[in-house]
Design a protein around this ligand. Sequence first.
Ligand code: GDP
Length: 525
Amino acid sequence: MDQKQLEQEVNKRRTFAIISHPDAGKTTITEQMLYFGGVIRSAGTVKAKKSGQFATSDWMEIEKKRGISVTSSVMQFHYHDKDINILDTPGHEDFSEDTYRTLMAVDAAVMVIDSAKGIEPQTKKLFKVVKKRGIPIFTFMNKLDRDGRDPLDLIAELEELLNIEGCAMNWPIGMGKELKGLYDIRNNRLELYRKDGDDRFLPLNDEGKLAEHNPIEEDGVYDQALGEVDLIKEAGNEFDLKKVQEGNQTPVFFGSALTNFGVETFLNTFLDMAPAPTVHKQKDSDELVKPDDPEFSGFVFKIQANMNPNHRDRIAFVRICSGEFVRGMDVTLNRTGKVMRLNNATEFMSDQRETVKTAVAGDIVGLYDTGNFQIGDTIYSGKKSVQFEDLPQFTPEMFMEVQAKNVMKQKSFHKGMQQLVQEGAVQLYKKYTTNDYILGAVGQLQFEVFQFRMKNEYNCDVVMKPIGSRIARWVDPEQLDESMSSTRNMLVKDLDDKPLFLFENKFAENWFANKYPNVKLTSKL
Ligand code: GDP
């Protein structure tokens, strides 16, 4: 495509993630969006379809048993004049590493909050990551069809707990059984609850009153809503697009995903305000990569093996940062300098995989991978070297000793281990002197998935012996003496052979620091 087409295509892209605490309604709102995009015929089918399609897969069993989603996926669809990429993030906290990296690949985030519960722990954790990136955050206060907390409280909580200004785009008229509608401040209209078609919208006049009389005006909740709207117009935060774009103000929308109330208005307004793909920073260079740069570039933010048991493949998820992806193109993998041809790619249309036709900056492509890629890798076409910034690494907090149950299975043990570690499913360490394997993870569930996948995908039973929760601290090899190690501060090395201690607890770490005051301990590499 020519430069003008590229610019046009890039400007149509909207790439975002939905973050929430489990059960706030992320899946439900995602389904409504897919429904508006014409991807599914009725909401409520994605979950069913997912479990249906993978019914024969043992791998999915672990998800079903626990009722959580451990694989995050990408959904692409066309809506109005936009091409949308929704990156799904698993809500379970044990998979936060995966979630965090996914957040590195989006340009905006939608935060779904259960209006009866307010801001919950997982929302807070994810919010922090998004905030750090300085990307726009849009808030959907969900479950308005149930009795929830005072809307003014919910907005105040954003500031108190998350330290971000909330600016109401609409306001509930009643709640729970009394829910009558939304006062749409942004579009200067009312949206009536439980009405289909365009007559659910009632225009407001310049004074913000109903242009034509409607029975809703006799309802007590209507007066109350008007009073509150007046209050927030006077005393609330003023809408400031610049602040929104910098992630310092979040537009707040009320609604009910389950009854599909307020979701369409939210989606339309959100898509108007959410940014098209923008520049990306590079590592150790001030030169920014522009999305409409004709040369292709992107980075791997996630690797996933064997999503579909019939294929037994591994997919590297690449966020395109500039240019156009063309099937069969040659790219350079910066880490190795190796040139490779990208023949096999997949696009993510809901949960069906289709072959990519055209993909530009902002889009996500899945590359079938035979072990070339690592998380954080940059690939680029063209002569000029591109290297994006490192993705954040998370220090594991739980550790396990691991070995193959059957010594005859060493080969598949090593293969599985290597692939799963490369995927970022777990982190691998070795005991400093004996080289015994030790796995590190952020949460217990990661170990269970590891064990399950080793058996199912690599046909290898593993024995795991818990070491428990530990504090990992790296130490300068120059200052290291092996006699410093004990059971309370186990000495191990990471994949780059860098030494670190796994301290039993804070007390053990302090004890060590007192005993060896000159030895510097660091929490990150
Ligand atoms: P997720 O864990 O964030 O993906 O949450 P889900 O979308 O699976 O929703 C969790 C539960 O809340 C499900 O039983 C939904 O039917 C329900 N739910 C979602 N949105 C609403 C809503 O707007 N109103 C009500 N009453 N229930 C909702």
